[in-house]
Design a protein around this ligand. Structure first.
Ligand SMILES: Nc1ncnc2c1ncn2[C@@H]1O[C@H](COP(=O)(O)OP(=O)(O)OP(=O)(O)O)[C@@H](O)[C@H]1O
Ligand SMILES: [Mg+2]
Length: 271
């Protein structure tokens, strides 16, 4: 899986098979597998993911949109009588959905999330310093230095990379440079939410103006992302505890009710 889509069918099947073997051992009964899926996925991408879960040995396989799983993880149910907006900013995509009792009222995604931010830092170092660094080092610098609003006190990190000719070099990177590099990504994520709210019926938008937007996924830990979005959108934005685990906590909660939720359309499965 890369950026929210399957890039290598055989390898993805092996990875899922390996995870289930490690979790379940050599059991006779085949497992039921549930995976999150991006709200921007195509029908073909969802079908491919279901095929992978089945090829990895699932007796039954289901998908759930990431913001729906996150809402269940935090609130116990996807939606109460009022409309709810969830923005999940993970690695491959930012996923936004408005959920109501009748299902998903509007949903959109952009391929701008943690991976795009890591790549932007690598590209910035290439153009500003002629320095090349690996993805894991760029990810580390991102986690140390990123913020969605200017930091009160500037931070700086010294790290190592390579010039084009292979020569090893040290360089310093500041939080202000990282903020300027990632600003465009945060603006794209803000635009995504505006587009979803534009697609949402007015009565649900007024619920969201009162109740705010739930911000989940690994990137919800970026300092100031909630403040930036709240200022840009004029809507309160809340980050729950352990935002990267909301979706998986949601899946844990629904495991006893899979058939019922598949019938209700909360889960995507195969008839
Ligand atoms: N403190 C942090 N600061 C900045 N980014 C962070 C931080 N913690 C996690 N991330 C980023 O969050 C991303 C992982 O988020 P998450 O676990 O929600 O993704 P995922 O569910 O695997 O991906 P996707 O939902 O796109 O399929 C990574 O890009 C990671 O670098
Ligand atoms: Mg995710």
């Amino acid at each position: 899986m890369r950026d929210g889509a399957v890039h290598d069918f055989a390898l993805a099947g092996e990875v899922v098979g390996d995870i289930t073997d490690r979790l379940l051992g050599q059991r006779v009964l085949r497992p039921v597998l549930v995976s999150c899926v991006c709200v921007g996925s195509t029908e073909l991408e969802r079908k491919t993911l279901l095929d992978i879960l089945q090829s990895a040995g699932a007796a039954r396989a289901y998908l759930i949109y990431a913001p729906v799983a996150s809402a269940i993880g935090v609130y116990g149910v996807a939606a109460g009588p009022e409309g709810r907006a969830v923005l999940d900013v993970g690695a491959g995509a930012a996923d936004c959905a408005v959920i109501s009792m009748n299902g998903i009222a509007s949903r959109r995604a952009v391929p701008v999330a943690g991976n795009a931010m890591t790549r932007a830092i690598m590209e910035y170092l290439e153009t500003s310093r002629d320095v090349f660094i690996g993805e894991s080092e760029a990810e580390r610098l991102k986690k140390e230095l990123s913020s969605a609003i200017p930091r009160e006190a500037e931070l700086a990190f010294v790290s190592g990379g390579k010039k084009l000719n292979g020569e090893a070099v040290n360089f310093e990177l500041t939080s202000t440079e990282v903020y300027r590099t990632l600003r465009g990504c945060f603006a794209e994520i803000g635009k995504l939410v505006v587009a979803v709210l534009d697609d949402t019926p007015p009565e649900l938008v007024s619920d969201i103006r009162n109740n705010g937007i739930l911000l989940t996924g690994g990137c919800a830990a970026i300092p100031g992302l909630d403040v930036y979005l709240s200022k840009t959108l004029g809507v309160p934005v809340t980050v729950p505890p352990e935002p990267a685990l909301c979706a998986v906590n949601g899946i844990k909660k629904i495991l006893p009710r899979l058939k019922e939720l598949a019938q209700a359309g909360v889960l995507i499965g195969r008839d």
